[in-house]
Design a protein around this ligand. Structure first.
Ligand code: TMP
Length: 254
């Protein structure tokens, strides 16, 4: 068997060269990191769950006309995606105050925001992904004003769609982080949703109990991370076959 060429390895995913030009294989690891990699552990089965949940969301977003890099899921841990030129921004959409906005602006966690807020963070580990404004984004050429307009419009559509999707299964979409890329087709360029959407990149709270069903369980040492991700998958009606597969492997603790 020939070895695939690794194109990039991040904290939670690996990208391999795809079977055709312009494609990549996105592999979901079980690694979990927080605080820009300072905190690290392995959560058995997380990659499998994120792959499935991400597929479910990407397929549905595509069905309402949101352009994405996703082509299809290949197996338990991998999906085939289109290669895109990643825009170096983490785009965060918030509906309810939590995490960094709660700390930065002194807003109590759980407070509904007056409207959905979009924030941009410059993707740069050495700088700890700082919050930046549209002025920085355009002045430094990370994205053009037109691209920012596209990104914001797509981000709000994603927020509307996902808020409804999760509300339908009793989950409040508090906030999420997405990334975008440029896809070139002939002489055309378009902005597409890239990276992943999963409980690693969203805050998801049970609507009645406010129980956290996302990566904050790991960030805040609450335990039950894999169980929370399984609960999200179960409520979305996916991966009924996963439970047995995830528990066959003994749990690795730190
Ligand atoms: P924050 O409140 O820490 O700024 O996070 C906002 C949202 O973005 C939350 O859903 C978690 C997600 N996020 C990531 O996916 N990756 C990151 O590196 C950070 C800082 C946040």
């Amino acid at each position: 068997m020939s070895r695939r060429r690794k194109v990039y390895e991040g904290k939670a995913k690996i990208l391999y060269e795809g079977p055709e030009p312009g494609t990549l294989i996105q592999y979901f690891k079980d690694d979990a990191t927080a605080n820009n990699g300072k905190k690290h552990t392995t959560i058995v089965g997380k990659g499998i769950l994120n792959n499935r949940i991400c597929e479910h969301i990407m397929v549905q977003l595509a069905s309402i006309g949101v352009p994405t890099h996703f082509i299809r899921r290949l197996n338990m841990r991998e999906q085939l995606i289109r290669a895109v030129e990643i825009i170096p921004l983490e785009v965060v959409v918030r509906n309810v105050a939590a995490g960094s906005i709660a700390t930065r602006l002194g807003i109590e966690e759980g407070t509904s925001l007056p409207r959905s807020i979009i924030e941009f963070y410059y993707k740069n580990d050495a700088l700890n992904d700082p919050l930046v404004t549209e002025e920085h984004v355009t002045a430094f050429g990370w994205a053009s004003p037109h691209e920012i307009d596209d990104i914001m419009a797509i981000a709000l559509r994603i927020n509307d769609f996902m808020s409804g999707l999760f509300a339908g299964v009793g989950i409040k979409l508090v906030d999420f982080k997405i990334e975008f890329g440029r896809m070139y087709e002939n002489d055309m360029m378009r902005i597409v949703l890239a990276d992943e959407i999963s409980p690693d990149s969203c805050r998801l709270w049970d609507m009645t109990t406010s129980e956290k069903l996302d990566k904050d369980r790991f960030r805040r040492d609450m335990g039950g991370v894999s169980e929370a991700y399984q609960e999200v998958a179960r409520r979305l009606g996916i991966a009924p076959d996963l439970e047995s597969r995830i528990h066959v492997v003994p749990k690795v603790v730190n």
